[in-house]
Design a protein around this ligand. Structure first.
Ligand code: CUA
Length: 191
């Protein structure tokens, strides 16, 4: 029987085996590599958003979005303006309880600067089925340089709980290829 005073029988006080030392060394080295990767990836990683950030007054952002809609509107989809901005332009997307505006029609392989901001509270931009997630924060204009790499009819799902209508907060992004086609697009006023 062991008490706290008598040490139990065992071999744990013997010097560590060569292989054990080797594995501890490998594990330690790997820890150092991962530790170094944290700041390195933060600065150099390809996953990083371009992050153009500005403070913005929510009403001022709403005015900018309206101006953008007026400038490039091509139609309507279920009460939301469909906007086709020219390649290289600044694109504005507005989140509010519980909608995304406008519906964006973009071209594949062309760069845009996508601005995200909210008018009321925090929302989450999640592009489905592509796994892209960004915070959408009121008072904060978050600019992302994006190049749509795939034509299709995408949905923007809000992934930040924003109240009773959170689950119905779905937006739409249509990406057309160079021939103007959208594979899998639903029929409707959006095209
Ligand atoms: Cu907006 Cu949840």
């Amino acid at each position: 029987m062991n008490t706290g005073i008598q040490s139990p029988k065992g071999i744990w006080w013997k010097p560590a085996d060569k292989t054990e030392k080797l594995w501890v060394g490998i594990a330690f080295g790997w820890c150092i590599v991962l530790f170094a990767m944290m700041p390195l990836w933060h600065l150099k990683g390809a996953q990083n958003p371009s992050g153009i950030r500005h403070r913005v007054d929510p009403p001022a952002y709403a005015r900018r979005v309206n101006e953008f809609i007026k400038q490039y509107k091509i139609g309507e989809d279920a009460g939301h303006a469909v906007v086709a901005p020219p390649p290289g332009s600044d694109v504005y997307l507005q989140a509010r309880m519980w909608s995304w505006d406008p519906v964006l029609k973009l071209q594949k392989g062309v760069e845009y600067t996508l601005h995200l901001s909210a008018l009321d509270l925090n929302h989450g931009f999640s592009l489905s089925p592509v796994n892209l997630n960004f915070q959408v924060v009121p008072g904060y204009d978050y600019g992302l340089r994006v190049v749509p790499t795939e034509a299709g009819d995408f949905r923007i799902v809000c992934n930040e709980f924003c109240g009773i209508g959170h689950h119905i907060m779905v937006g739409r992004v249509i990406v057309v290829d160079s021939a103007g086609h959208t594979p899998g697009a639903a029929t409707g006023g959006a095209r």
